[in-house]
Design a protein around this ligand. Structure first.
Ligand SMILES: Cc1ncc(C[n+]2csc(CCOP(=O)(O)OP(=O)(O)O)c2C)c(N)n1
Ligand SMILES: [Mg+2]
Length: 948
């Protein structure tokens, strides 16, 4: 209809529609333009349809109007258009109608460009830093950049798409509105969000309120109380425990008000449970003022009066977790857990996500929310952050959106942001998720409250991650004994002059008459009094105790020494196994699986049924099927775990035409198998976290090749191996680590067995290297069926998957249980002159060589469970005469594999009866040779030495 306007025709149509509804809603020059053509432009076609109604909120800031509206530079300057009739100051007609149209459109377009720029770039100009450091950005929002000038400021424009402002406003009013919304104490990055609905929602929410929270008096008092409690708590510890490490929150006290409100808001939006992950900064303050941990317990830990109680165990007070129930102001009950945390920054993130997912899966409810609190340096610096963020949208790992809060004190220990990241914001790592990021000045508590509300509501509404980057400062050094002026003299000269966050807020409230100074002082007095009482109490009793772990879901499970738990029968009736194999081959009607994959599944059944033969994957599948059948949940995740790296598992079949998956094991119960992202730390951390809230299931993580777990070493060291000792937290997680020397080179041979064995202590983990499918079957079932919950590290086969000797009979699955040691069944003990003790795949090479050499005087004993060892080893070696040489044979170089461990620990179980020596590969800095033929030669030498 307005074709003469080219690509701007839509815009003009929109204006025309508005004009038709209300002529006053469009600028005067447009009014005259439309009026001059009797409500339609001269070029309008008679048959043209009526223009569409205008949208009140544009769906997407960037798509809203039109860079293309910028006129050609030859167009008349817009201010000359003010009388819009083409009359200049002397009233003489100067421009043609077409020129008038272009000029009018041009100035309107410039205003829209400016509006758009505020939405996209406004955050760069916001007042975020309580220390007042200039942002250092180009003056992009200057009027001149948009072809506008001061002379346009009092011109009225339509405010189509801007919320919270009259339909027409002067440019001055529009700019004031946008500045308040986008450039005050809140800078928001949201235009990168791909979903128009999310962008539109945020835009409307922010612009309609000018991005300020409206607070009633009780809310104001609550914020003040939280700021006061935060400040007083730190001062109190400082006074009573001078120089003790506490990782003070001072400078970031608003975090406490933020968390307080966040929990409250989450409750109001239906969240029933929150799992929180955070590092050291302000953690004691959070424990006391958010988690409701009685301050007397914190003080008792500072007093630390019972040296005998924690010998070799426990953790420092600012790593401990806690959980609590809270009634929110809407009356909702909300359970909050602060996850136990190692010093290793950010590694708790995937653990929290896994815990949340397990909780969500348990009740099939989504009202559990992850909340992660980060430090600015760690958030950008630690790679596990990216690994965890990448889980956010994946079906096997998503948790319906995480709220991230960055306590951005603009420093990491002694390192400045300019040395710790290449990006402007420490949150720029989140750009991968295209989620909203709110940067906020932590010295403006009410702005903090505004973004907290927005973030909580956004997460609940859209189930997407959202980030609050709270700018603040660190009042002291990294910890309280640290001198920050060695390295940041200028920053600390500024910090030294600053009143506290509470004081700034009190001044504002007193200034606006919302409270009196006396009232503010009373809040301080009450807060101090509570702490005095708690300290008195702490010193009158015994309050420094180990955390309790065995409540609720966990009450049926135990940790501690393995020997305390009886073995359980793990065999399953043959008829049940055969029936399970039949059911696994049933294909849904119409489903067309890949013929070869189906063949593999059917062959499993036929071999078992007709030849009583079970290969590795059959043992594994039957372990899962039988556990599922008895009501267990099974969750397996790892890179390419559905098919299996070695194309053996085929836990998922795919329809050849539709690609639809079919999961045969899902017929037996809740079986989930996921191909994970190519991440170890993130995914292993997630599965570990999952296991913490799923003691009643079997949770497994599989490494592609065993050695890749070292990308997740922190999760193993800091959580899996030590959580029971430090935090009394148990886990039944299973790690499947393909391992074995097959000539594939240094990187695919070795799962770093020795590292697990050096971590082994106090029965903290189980380390197994089963050599038969039946052993694997019984071991997996035992892991679930015993009430013991200990991480289980399993070295799993590669070539053995298809090794005809590494098979079991179905009867072996039907009867018996996991054998920690497999004694020699062949050699007559009386004739034995040499005992070979080994673990894993090398057994088959040894057995073959013994047969070839007809060495009936050699016994081969298999250590199937390397840790914990028990009397079964002594039993297996008992038949042999004292003094018989006992040779530990391993494929690994001498300095790797189990040797050092075996050499150190064996005597505890067999005494000095049998002299122990070693056959292994020579000491080596890398696990294996890169040459296949060298590997073969080494293997030959190893076997020769074993039978020497
Ligand atoms: C993985 C890891 N590397 C190094 C450290 C040592 N460290 C502890 S705190 C810290 C600085 C953290 O800075 P930031 O994340 O900004 O948190 P802040 O202390 O400023 O709150 C460092 C380097 C650590 N705890 N974890
Ligand atoms: Mg920091």
């Amino acid at each position: 209809m307005f074709d003469e306007f080219g690509i701007n025709a839509g815009f003009v149509e929109e204006l025309h529609a508005r004009y038709q509804q209300s002529p006053q809603s469009v600028p005067e020059y447009w009014r005259q333009f439309f009026a001059s053509s009797n409500g339609a432009p001269a070029t309008a076609k008679a048959s043209a349809p009526p223009p569409p109604a205008a949208q009140s909120v544009p769906s997407a800031a960037p798509s809203f109007p039109p860079a293309a509206l910028v006129p050609p530079r030859t167009a008349p300057p817009p201010r000359d258009m003010r009388d819009a009739n083409g009359h200049g100051a002397n009233g003489a007609a100067t421009f043609s109608r077409n020129e008038q149209v272009l000029a009018a459109a041009a100035i309107q377009g410039r205003v829209y460009q400016l509006l758009n720029a505020y939405r996209v770039r406004g955050h760069l100009f916001a007042n975020l830093d309580p220390l007042g450091t200039p942002q250092g950005v180009a003056p992009e929002l200057d009027l001149a950049n948009f072809g506008l000038s001061g002379q346009d400021l009092d011109t009225h424009f339509p405010t189509v798409g801007i919320a919270g402002i009259p339909e027409r406003a002067t440019l001055r009013q529009i700019i004031a509105h946008l500045t308040e919304t986008y450039c005050s104490s809140i800078g928001v990055e949201f235009t990168q969000i791909e979903e128009p609905e999310m962008r539109g929602w945020l835009q409307e929410r922010m612009e309609s309120t000018r991005n300020r929270a409206s607070l009633d008096r009780s809310q104001v008092i609550r914020i003040l109380t939280k700021l006061t409690d935060a400040e007083v708590f730190e001062e109190f510890i400082k006074k009573n425990y001078l120089g003790a490490k506490r990782f003070s929150v001072e400078g970031a006290e608003s975090m406490i008000a933020l968390l307080d409100l966040l929990i409250d808001e989450a409750g109001a939006h239906g969240v029933g449970e929150i799992v929180v992950g955070m590092a050291h900064r302000g953690r004691l303050n959070v424990l006391a003022n958010i988690m409701g941990k009685n301050a007397r317990e914190i003080f008792a830990a500072f007093d630390d009066k019972q040296p005998e109680r924690f010998l070799g165990a426990g953790d420092v007070k600012y790593h401990l977790g806690y959980s609590t129930d809270r009634i929110t102001s809407s009356g909702a009950k909300i359970h909050i857990s602060l996850a136990f945390n190692p010093s290793h920054l950010e590694f708790v993130n995937p653990v929290v996500e896994g815990r949340v997912r397990a909780k969500q899966d348990r009740a099939k409810r989504k009202n559990v929310m992850p909340l992660l609190i980060h430090g600015d340096a760690a958030f950008m610096g630690q790679g596990v952050v990216a690994e965890t963020l990448n889980l956010a949208g994946l079906p096997g790992y998503s948790t319906g959106g995480t709220i991230h809060v960055v306590v951005n004190n603009q420093i990491g220990f002694t390192t400045n942001p300019s040395d710790s990241r290449s990006t402007r914001y420490c949150t720029d790592i989140c750009r991968m998720l295209k989620c909203p990021v709110f940067h906020v000045n932590g010295e403006d508590p009410e702005a903090v409250i505004q973004v907290t509300r927005l973030a909580t509501e956004f997460r609940e509404r859209f189930n997407k991650d959202v980030v609050i980057d709270m700018y603040c400062y660190r009042k002291y050094g990294h910890n309280e004994g640290d001198e920050p002026r060695f390295t940041q003299p200028v920053m600390y000269a500024l910090i030294d002059k600053k009143p506290t966050v509470r004081e700034v807020y009190v001044r504002r409230l007193v200034g606006t008459g919302q409270i009196t100074q006396t009232q503010a002082d009373e809040v301080v007095r009450a807060s101090k009094e509570r702490l005095e009482l708690a300290l008195e109490e702490a010193r009158s009793g015994d309050f420094y105790t180990r955390p309790n772990a065995m409540e609720g879901l966990w009450s049926a499970y135990i940790g501690g020494p393995e020997a305390m738990v009886a073995e359980v029968p793990t065999g399953v009736d043959k008829s049940i196994l055969l029936e399970a194999l039949d059911r696994l081959t049933e294909i849904p009607p119409g489903f067309q699986p890949n013929a070869k994959a189906l063949d593999i599944v059917k062959k499993r059944r036929d071999l078992a049924r007709n030849e009583n033969l079970v290969y590795w994957e059959t043992g594994e599948t039957l372990a899962y099927a039988t556990l599922l059948r008895d009501g267990a949940r099974v969750r397996l995740s790892g890179q390419d775990s559905r098919r299996g790296t070695f194309s053996h598992r085929h836990a998922v079949l795919y329809d050849t035409t539709t690609g639809e998956p079919h999961v045969p094991l899902a017929r037996f119960g809740r079986f989930e198998v996921y191909d994970s992202p190519l991440s170890e730390a993130g995914v292993l951390g997630f599965e570990y976290g999952y296991s913490l809230d799923c003691p009643d299931g079997l949770v497994l993580w599989e490494a592609q090749f065993g050695d890749f777990w070292n990308s997740a070493q922190v999760i193993v060291d800091q959580f899996i191996a030590s959580a029971e000792d430090k935090w009394s937290r148990l886990s039944g997680l299973v790690l499947l680590l393909p391992h074995g020397y097959e000539g594939q080179g240094p990187e695919h041979s070795h799962a770093r067995v020795e590292r697990f064995l050096s971590l082994a202590g106090e029965d903290n983990i189980q380390v197994c290297n089963p050599t038969t499918p039946a052993q694997f079957f019984h071991m997996l079932r035992r892991q679930y069926l015993r009430p013991l919950r200990k991480p289980l590290v399993v070295f799993t086969p590669k070539s053995l998957l298809r090794h005809k000797d590494a098979t079991s009979s179905l009867d072996e699955l039907a009867t018996g249980s996991f054998q920690r040691v497999i004694p020699d069944a062949k050699a007559d003990p009386k004739a034995v002159k040499r005992i070979l003790l080994c673990s894993g795949k090398v057994y088959y090479d040894l057995a073959r060589t013994r047969a070839e050499l007809r060495r009936d005087d050699v016994a081969i004993v298999r250590l199937e469970q390397l840790y914990p060892l028990n009397e079964s080893l002594g039993r297996a070696l008992a038949p042999y005469a004292d003094g018989t040489p006992l040779v530990w044979v391993q494929e690994e170089p001498r300095n790797m594999g189990p040797w050092y461990f075996v050499n150190a620990r064996l005597r505890e179980h067999i005494g000095d009866r049998l002299p122990l020596t070693l056959v292994s590969r020579a000491e080596s800095a890398s696990p294996a040779t890169g040459s296949h033929s060298s590997h073969q030669l080494e293997q030959k030498m190893l076997l020769t030495a074993a039978f020497a």
